[in-house]
Design a protein around this ligand. Structure first.
Ligand SMILES: Cc1ncc(COP(=O)(O)O)c(C=O)c1O
Length: 318
């Protein structure tokens, strides 16, 4: 294949390492897939690369096409990165509540950002993207929440990588859901090889929709946007593990400070949930989870709040 300008960044996506996280007190090890090692810093690089490459192959993208997506941030950053490398215009619809770091990263890749008032309702942004696309044929919608490619790509890339990297059998996969693509795809791959493996959905305790509860505000950015996405309905989920925002933040800080892994809040939530499953399975259980993104995109969020107390910074002599 001839190298293109985009092949530099495309070549950095995927094949992320898996690290064993030893929790000595609990006597268990969690296997954590380091998705924060993708070039834009999150698991979403995989879908962004897959959907744009697929659309090009199908002839759906023209030089004047505009990639338009409603996202909680990471997909927007990833699409903006691929758009920059491939020379496409990108417009990202994002809730006003999304962190400033995410907004600035999207703009840094040269993409356009439209903020909408969600009032906790993500559907507002999705509807807006559909209205825009209906009026202007230049828009191409990746539709991450319903596009089956989101899950099949995870099945064939992330899932197969995990099967190569972890000596089986795998007992459980634990992950949160935004679109549900990761959980559906990885779950499918792992269940196909190890039919007894259990797939657990991590849910914020404040918005445990799969548990039949009403959504409420939580602080685990990137997951549980207040509705059950289409892709998750196709996932073979065996159970839900609730994690409070406080538990997620505490575990993310533990990963930062005790393991030296600079990951974000949803990674903390995933590991906290995986730890609950691993404790039940005992030391011989093999539990896999994902570290979804980097901590640097949470400077303005609660993850870094603990550092704002006056005692956290000690001044040296003037
Ligand atoms: C930080 C973070 N964690 C987890 C996820 C969940 O991934 P998925 O959309 O595949 O369910 C996302 C999705 O955007 C995310 O941004």
């Amino acid at each position: 294949m001839n190298p293109s300008r985009a092949s530099a960044v495309l070549g950095l996506i995927g094949n992320t390492p898996i690290v064993p996280l030893l929790f000595e007190a609990e006597g268990v090890t969690i296997y954590a897939k380091c998705e924060f090692r993708n070039p834009s810093g999150s698991v979403k690089d995989r879908f962004a690369a897959a959907v744009i490459t697929d659309a090009e192959r199908r002839g759906w993208l023209r030089p004047d096409s505009i990639i338009l997506e409603c996202t909680s941030g990471n997909t927007g950053i990833a699409l903006s990165m691929i758009g920059a490398a491939k020379g496409y215009r990108v417009t990202i619809l994002m809730s006003e509540e999304a962190s400033h770091e995410r907004r600035r990263l999207i703009r840094q890749f040269g993409a356009e950002l439209i903020l909408f008032k969600s009032g906790g309702r993500y559907q507002t942004g999705i509807n807006l993207s559909r209205e825009m696309a209906a009026k202007d044929s230049r828009y191409f919608l990746p539709r991450q929440f319903e596009n089956p490619l989101n899950a099949t790509d995870h099945e064939h890339s992330t899932g197969q990588e995990i099967l190569r990297q972890v000596d089986g059998p795998i007992d459980a996969v634990v992950a949160g859901y935004g679109t549900g693509g990761t959980l559906a795809g990885v779950g499918r791959a792992v269940k196909q090889r190890y039919p007894k493996a259990k797939i657990f959905a991590m849910e914020p305790a404040e918005a445990a929709l799969l548990c039949g509860e009403m959504p409420c505000c939580h602080r685990i950015e990137g997951v549980a946007d207040g509705f059950i996405p289409e892709l998750l309905r196709s996932a073979r989920v065996d159970g839900e593990i609730k994690v409070t925002s406080t538990e997620a933040l505490a575990m993310a800080r533990r990963l930062n400070r005790e393991f030296g892994l600079l990951v974000g809040t949803s990674s903390g939530a995933n590991v906290a949930a995986a730890l609950k499953v691993a404790r039940d399975l005992g030391p011989s259980g093999k539990v896999v989870t994902l570290l979804c993104d980097r901590a640097e995109r949470y400077f303005s969020t609660a993850l870094f709040d603990a550092d704002e107390s006056p005692s956290a910074e000690k001044r040296g002599p003037e």
